[in-house]
Write a protein that binds this ligand. Structure first.
Ligand code: NOJ
Length: 455
């Protein structure tokens, strides 16, 4: 039987679960990072977050009302293996068993991600986090525990979420934990993340579990600022430094040529054994996509205020200038609303990695909400969803891109990392005393779009 197109919502453990000291959960690098002064807007912490750990049944009921047939969530490594490397924690396994069973009872297909940034602090202390191959090996042991525990019901596994962010923001720019600022560290961390993915996929395939396994890499589109060969090469290089960095190895077993020639010895090399491990290690490719920037070889005169969230890390290494069109509507995170960039991004992936199915594992937006009416009606988010979903449908129907699912980020307002609770990306508006108010605009728009598409 053919699989249906999957329409889902996406979340992650640290951002929604709360219950940070319950059920035997160990501390993660994000728990500790939140304690550092000035790192998180308003000093917010995710100790309670959306209280999903206790309220998951209500949340699944909301998903059912929304009409999704899939849910992308993440499993917290520190719940399953509290110190990162030691024994499994039955209470942690029990929580995800209950969640998965509840989803399946409601006709919702689980799409768990094994790593959405919440590294057990034990792995950070013992092995310097992703700077060491030991962490990759510990990850593979944890992944195997999950395959054994949930593999009888889960059919779609995602190993890593946005390894670009882990590497660049955590090890290069130092704005995510472990807060390292080192121009070479992102490439080493990325290498170990790719090896971790490869080791987990090997365990999955050798274990004979049913279903598919892939990864969720992020990439915003880079459009050449002009039609000049230099700008076109700059845009291509920028996409290679973003999506190609984490996808070429798992498809072809090598980093993109654009990166190798720019970085030389700063980019680790895959040994023969490592290449064998990572090549061909994705059954599907995930794409987390939010916006588009222009790319040029020379500094443009205007539009280069891409904002602090402009995803422009490693610009010097890429040797690319990034800019926006000042006419673009911009979200609360200053990300331009550019649906045509989404269609081009999907086409780029389809061309470069032909034969591999694609899931849009994240897409969404945040908007300022000065009053209750704008929060509930949220016309901006509704329009965003309509336009981006239409762009995806065009890629799928007209350009024949093999897209198999779409996951809106995010189901409900949650802990938006450095922004704490100040940014609102959810289809459901949450606050500590009012956890379940629909955004009438986007919740019902998304529900209608799903209904139309499913016929
Ligand atoms: C990507 C991340 O995976 C997710 O955790 C985050 O909340 C969204 N983008 C929005 O920034």
């Amino acid at each position: 039987m053919n699989s249906p197109f999957y329409w889902g919502g996406a979340t992650s453990a640290f951002q929604i679960e709360g219950a940070w000291k319950e059920g035997g959960r160990g501390p993660s690098i994000w728990d500790v990072f939140c304690d550092l002064p000035g790192r998180i807007q308003n000093g917010d912490r995710a100790d309670v977050a959306c209280d999903h750990f206790h309220r998951y049944e209500e949340d699944v009921a909301l998903m059912k009302e929304l009409g999704v047939n899939a849910y992308r969530f993440s499993i917290a490594w520190p719940r399953i293996v509290p110190d990162g490397t030691g024994a499994a924690n039955p209470a942690g396994i029990d929580f995800y068993n209950r969640l998965i069973d509840c989803l399946l009872r409601n006709g919702i297909e689980p799409f768990p991600t094994l790593y959405h940034w919440d590294l057990p602090i034990g792995c950070q202390f013992a092995a310097d986090g992703w700077m060491a191959r030991e962490t990759a090996e510990a990850f593979a042991r944890y992944a195997k525990i999950c395959f054994d525990a949930f593999g009888d019901r889960v059919r779609h596994w995602i190993t890593f979420n946005e390894s670009w962010c882990t590497s660049v923001l955590g090890y290069g720019l130092g704005v995510f934990p472990p807060a390292r600022k080192d121009p070479d560290a992102p490439y080493r961390a990325a290498h170990n993340l790719l090896l971790a993915h490869g080791l987990a996929v090997r365990a999955f395939r050798e274990g004979g579990y049913a279903g598919e396994i892939g990864l969720a890499n992020n990439c915003d589109w880079r459009e050449p600022l002009t039609d000049s060969p230099a700008d076109r090469a700059a845009a291509e290089r920028a996409v290679q430094f973003f999506y190609g960095w984490f996808t070429d190895p798992v498809v072809f077993g090598e980093y993109p040529e654009e990166m190798r020639s720019k970085l030389g010895a700063r980019l680790p090399e895959f040994s023969a054994e490592e290449r064998e491990l990572v090549r061909g290690s994705a059954d599907f490719l995930g794409l987390n996509h939010y916006t588009t920037l222009y790319a040029s070889a020379e500094k443009p005169e205007r539009g280069n205020d891409i904002g602090p969230n402009g995803n422009g890390g490693m610009i010097e290494d890429q040797d690319v200038f990034l800019s926006v069109d000042p006419q673009w509507k911009r979200t609360d995170m200053l990300w331009g609303v550019v649906p045509w960039g989404f269609r081009r991004m999907l086409n780029w992936i389809s061309r470069r990695y032909s034969g591999l199915p694609i899931y849009v594992t994240e897409n969404g937006c945040s908007w300022p909400e000065p009053d209750l009416a704008s929060a509930e009606n949220d016309t901006n988010r509704s329009e965003f969803l309509k336009e981006y979903i239409a762009a995806m449908q065009a890629a799928k129907e007209e350009d024949k891109v093999d897209v198999r699912g779409y996951f809106c980020w995010t189901l409900m307002d949650n802990f938006e990392w450095n922004s704490g609770f100040a940014r609102h990306l959810g289809l459901i508006r949450t606050s500590p005393d009012d956890l379940t108010r629909h955004r009438k605009g986007s919740f019902y728009t998304y529900r209608d779009l799903i209904r139309q598409a499913r016929g």
